[in-house]
Design a protein around this ligand. Structure first.
Ligand code: PMP
Ligand code: GLN
Length: 380
């Protein structure tokens, strides 16, 4: 067996959801909404399943979905993408990430990563033979500082992975941070894998800026999106990859032997969803912002210090400020004794150096959030 995987623990999301089930806890750990997702999109998927064609769709994705992806990003982010040569459908962002790393990293290549990082990244980099160069971003602002970038980028850097907005810190990187990173990509001729699954879940009037749109980045960025986050349908695992045609030819070779295709009925439904009017996206954001504010206000009233959350479905509580030094122990106690599951943020720092934060998912009904708050009152 390969030691990269043999030595891995089970992902924290699965572990915490299993603990939540075992203890009958309210699950604010793994990120998934308790909203069922848009009725019309689910209806298209159901109809396509019953009445539609259920055999292998084209390897690159249904033409209707690839066209919808290109039109969607032109409308929302000003990107011009050729649906035939620059858009590919994958089985979730997870497949897109794995495929991109398999296709772009050669043994010995240095790969720059930022912690806190989504837990899939590092094992995939290692399995591809990449040498990780990790920048630990620091709470509460998690910015990409020039000197930190300077310390990890070099002639040996081949790939950088950026997650924007950033899960778990809920940071939306703006133009300043992105320009700084783009400067290093241009200087060292680096390809950026930009995991933008949270691009639509941004709050307070802020707009997501795609790294791909910055000067000199168009041909060196692999942009990844996910219908799971755009439409609150996390179980669907419909992702999309956007890249310059030359890069895409290589990404497609990885995709053809990972999953080859994604269920056609879900692709058809996502194509329908991407064409939704701006009002859908505004309402979705406003709904999550309300939930964020409700949980943040409730936590603050109980005396939990809460970090700002500009994007995603997550709020971070600074348990360090309450004198706690072990986020894992805090979360185990919270789920076992108080019946609320959360995610210890040290799981996103490979060196485990930040142990002062606990992530809570607020993509839940008011009743669920209020019940969780009631239970958390006893945990202080
Ligand atoms: N990247 C990040 C940052 C995520 O938060 C998630 C999932 N929640 C994914 C990738 C995986 O997305 P998908 O479910 O589309 O595979
Ligand atoms: N992205 C989700 C989260 O951050 C979890 C995805 C998963 O369970 N692998 O909670």
């Amino acid at each position: 067996v390969n030691p990269v995987f043999a030595d891995l623990p089970t992902t924290v999301f699965e572990t915490m959801s299993a603990l939540a089930r075992a203890h009958g806890a309210i699950n604010l750990g793994q990120g998934f909404p308790d909203d069922p997702g848009p009725d019309d999109i689910r209806a298209v998927a159901a109809r396509a399943l019953v009445e539609g064609y259920n055999q292998y769709p084209p390897m690159m994705g249904l033409p209707a979905l690839r066209e919808a992806v290109a039109a969607h990003y032109a409308r929302h982010q000003g990107l011009e993408l050729d649906p035939v040569s620059e858009v590919m459908v994958t089985s979730g962002a997870t497949e897109a990430l794995a495929g991109a790393l398999l296709a772009l990293v050669q043994p010995g290549d240095e790969v720059v990563l930022f912690a806190p990082m989504y837990d899939a990244y590092l094992p995939l980099v290692r399995r591809a033979g990449g040498v990780p160069r990790i920048v630990n971003l620091q709470p509460p602002d998690f910015r990409l500082a020039e000197d930190a970038l300077d310390a990890v980028f070099s002639e040996r850097t081949r790939v950088v992975i950026l997650n924007n907005p950033l899960n778990p810190s809920a940071t939306l990187f703006g133009r300043d941070d992105l320009e700084r990173l783009a400067g290093f990509c241009r200087r060292y001729d680096v390809t950026a894998i930009c995991d933008e699954v949270w691009e639509h879940v941004v709050f307070d009037g802020a707009a997501h800026v795609p790294l791909m749109g910055l000067p000199g980045m168009r041909a060196r960025t692999v942009k990844i999106g996910s219908a799971g986050k755009i439409f609150s349908l996390t179980g669907w695992k419909v992702g999309f990859v956007m890249a310059d045609a030359a890069l895409m030819r290589v990404l497609a070779k990885a995709h053809q032997f990972l999953t080859f295709t994604t269920p056609p009925n879900l692709q058809e439904a996502v194509a329908h969803g991407l064409a939704k009017e701006d009002g859908y996206f505004r309402t979705m954001r406003a709904g999550y912002a309300r939930s964020r504010d409700r949980l943040a206000a409730g936590l603050a009233a109980l005396g939990y210090p809460v970090l700002p959350a500009g994007a995603t479905w997550f709020l971070n509580v600074d348990i360090g400020a309450l004198g706690h030094t072990n986020d894992v122990a805090f979360c185990e106690d919270l789920v076992r004794r108080h019946g609320v599951a959360a995610i210890p943020v040290s799981a996103f720092y490979p060196d485990g150096s930040v142990r002062s934060l606990v992530r809570l998912c607020f993509a839940k009904s008011d009743a669920t959030l209020d019940a969780a708050l009631e239970r958390m009152a006893g945990a202080l």
